[in-house]
Design a protein around this ligand. Structure first.
Ligand code: MRU
Length: 374
């Protein structure tokens, strides 16, 4: 993506060769701030505080976190404690575990003197692979948008998306946004309804920001608006991202995704999930029973942060003092509500057979039934 004319990724190795740069997403949309992170503790904190977020980006950050840990200490113990620290940072997105397992495999069976370099190489590959995967998702997904544009004889295609499964949630392109960017760049007339995505407002703050920077027409809507728009035929398709897809095709994503899938189903609106293969968890079947759902701090619900008329950033409380709050970060959309999974290898049904056929090398893992997995 180009940010103010400059080609950028969301994570990079700094010129000193000893630290990592990130875009601090907690500062967006009102301030664009990049930060330099130099230790595994910095990386873990950045994931926890959501300076970086989105399943694929969390995976890449964890990978570079292992590299920074091994730069400081290449012992087995340091590798194990980096793994333990990073895996505990957030529980739902499986990309975190996937990336950490990849990093351990790259570093463990080597002499200590080679570990940091091997880890840096693998982290770089993980980042590059994410970009390539998202580009392919973009190509397959853009075809869906183009087909709808053809059916509508070039009239504007209306896409609805939830949360931020965009450039900022990945290393580049985004997953749900990659088809949108590609179709837009090819000249397809489209516009995006962006769910605000309470409580953290990833849609209003992040998706709107990046679509705006790329010149994609978009309209921010309150989370409760999608059903109404679908009833009035104002949405041609929904595309969302995901934090974990199970062997049977259940989709875990940002809280509120399930309600959009229900509304789409009731109104015959195609509901697509953009799915990079590292987000598939073949060790779990039943998403509702088995995926751990992150619960976050109440202040994300009680408070809102924004810009005042005179340009100051302020946080205000919108809930009565003392009212109890629940803050579930994710929900699970059953496979039956998903029209298709847009993967890097093509668009497939959300089913065990299709997933196993498309990704046989990953499907060899045997599912463990009915248990919570972290
Ligand atoms: O809590 P977040 O902001 O990390 O949640 C992000 C999402 O739910 C995204 O939709 C998902 O990670 C897919 S990102 C390509």
């Amino acid at each position: 993506m180009k940010i103010d004319g400059k080609q950028m990724r969301t994570i990079w190795v700094e010129a000193d060769g000893a630290s990592v740069g990130i875009i601090d997403q907690t500062e967006l949309p009102h301030r664009f701030v990049v930060r330099r992170l130099a230790t595994v503790e910095d990386m873990s904190r950045a994931i926890k505080t959501m300076q970086v977020r989105g399943a694929p980006l969390i995976g890449a950050v964890a990978a570079y976190g292992v590299w920074l840990a091994l730069r400081a200490d290449a012992s087995d113990q340091a590798l194990e404690s980096a793994y333990a620290m990073l895996i505990a940072a957030r529980p739902t997105a499986i990309n975190l575990k996937w990336a950490l397992d990849e990093m351990v495999a790259a570093a463990r069976n080597r002499p200590r003197a080679e570990r940091a370099e091997a880890a840096m190489r693998r982290a770089g590959e993980i980042a590059d692979e994410d970009v390539a995967i998202n580009e392919s998702i973009g190509r397959h997904g853009a075809k869906i948008i183009e087909d709808i544009a053809d059916r509508k004889k070039g009239e504007c295609v209306n896409v609805l998306t939830h949360c931020n499964a965009g450039f900022l949630a990945t290393v580049d392109w985004g997953t749900a946004t990659a088809p949108i960017y590609m179709a837009h760049d090819k000249g397809v007339s489209l516009q995006v309804f962006v769910d605000e995505t309470r409580p953290r407002n990833q849609g209003a703050s992040l998706t709107a920001w990046e679509l705006g920077h790329h010149g994609v027409p978009h309209t921010v809507i309150a989370d409760n608006t999608g059903g109404h728009l679908m009833q009035h035929k104002l949405v041609d398709l929904v595309i969302v991202g995901t934090d974990r897809v199970t062997a049977q095709g259940d989709v875990c994503n940002k809280i509120g995704t399930y309600l959009k899938a229900l509304a789409a189903h009731d109104n015959d609106v195609p509901f697509y999930v953009a799915l990079p293969s590292p987000t598939i968890d073949f060790t779990v079947n039943d998403g509702l029973a088995e995926i751990p759902i992150e619960q976050r701090a109440p202040d994300e619900v009680t408070n809102m942060t924004g810009k005042t008329k005179d340009g100051r950033i302020e946080t205000v409380r919108i809930v009565p003092d003392g009212s109890p709050v629940a803050n579930y970060g994710f929900d699970v959309t059953p496979a039956r509500l998903v029209t298709g999974l847009i993967t890097e290898r093509g668009v497939i049904a959300a089913s065990r057979a299709s997933l196993a056929q498309m990704f046989p090398e990953r499907a060899e893992v045997r599912p463990k039934s009915n248990r919570k997995v972290t």
